[in-house]
Design a protein around this ligand. Sequence first.
Ligand code: KIV
Length: 287
Amino acid sequence: MSKSISTLTLQKYKEQGRKIVALTAYDYSTAKILDNAGVDLILVGDSLAMVALGHKTTHAVSMEEMLHHTKAVTRGAHHPLVVADLPFMSYQVDVTQAITNAGRFIKEAQAQAVKLEGATELNLEIVRRLVEMGIPVMGHLGFTPQSIHGFGGTRVQGRSARDAAKLVKDSLALEEAGVFSLVLEMVPDKVASIISSKLHIPTVGIGAGNGCDGQILVTDDLLGKYTDFQPRFVRRYANLDEVCMDAIKNYAEDVKSQQFPNESESFQFSEEEEAELSKLLSSTSAV
Ligand code: KIV
C-alpha cells in the first residue's frame, strides 16, 4: 500500500499542479473501496444526514451519529486523509464547544482533520485555536448547506462582484487563520479560479468549475445510488440504483421460484445421519 496522505501531501499536490481527488464516505465498505481506488481525501460529510439517514437537510445529524460513521470510515480508510464534518450546532456556540467536539473526532473516531462551514469571527477563532493544538481544519465557503435557510434555498453563491469579493475576503481570512484546505461549493467557476490562484492552500470544488485544486462529490451521487435529487454539478459514473434494483428483483424471483438457494449454497446432511435421525425421531424416547 502507498504512503498515507497528509495535509502536507495535499499542499504539495497543489504546488505540483496535481489535482486532489476527494469523495464522501459514511461506512467501512465504501471507505475501503475509495481507499483501494486511490482517493486522496475522504470526507465524512454531514450530507450523511440526507444520504444515509433520509433527512431533508443536513441539520438533524448529531455528533454521536457523525462519530459512529466516522469510526466506521477510519476502519476502512488507511491511505486517504479522513476529514470529519462538524455537524450543525456542534461548533456554533463557542470555542470551547468547538474544541470539545473537534477533539472527539480525532480522539474517539481517529479522523485526521475536521471541517466547518463559514468564516464568521467565531469560526476564525475556532480555526486558530484548533490549529494551535494540532487539529487540522478544512474550511467550506460558497453554498454552505448548514445555512440553507439563511440563503433561502440551495443557491449558487458569489454571483455578483460584491458577493464574489466577500468570498475572496473570507477565503483569505480562513487561510490566514490556518485552514489547510478550503471547499468551495456552488460558486461560479471564474470566482473559484480567482480564489484558488490567490490562496496558497488547496481549494476543493463541488459545483465550482475546474479551476479548483481538487474536486469532491458525494459518492452516492456519483454512483447513482442516492436519487432523491441530482444537482446540476453531479456527474453520474454509474447507475447503482438500477443495478441494485435489478439484483434485488432477481433475488425475489429466485426465492419465490425456489431457485435460491441451490445445493452449493446449502449445507448437506449425510444419508447415514438422516437415517439415524429418522430412527431417533420415531422412537418414543427421542427429544
Ligand atoms: O457534507 C458533505 O458531503 C459536504 C461536501 C458536499 C463538500 O460538505
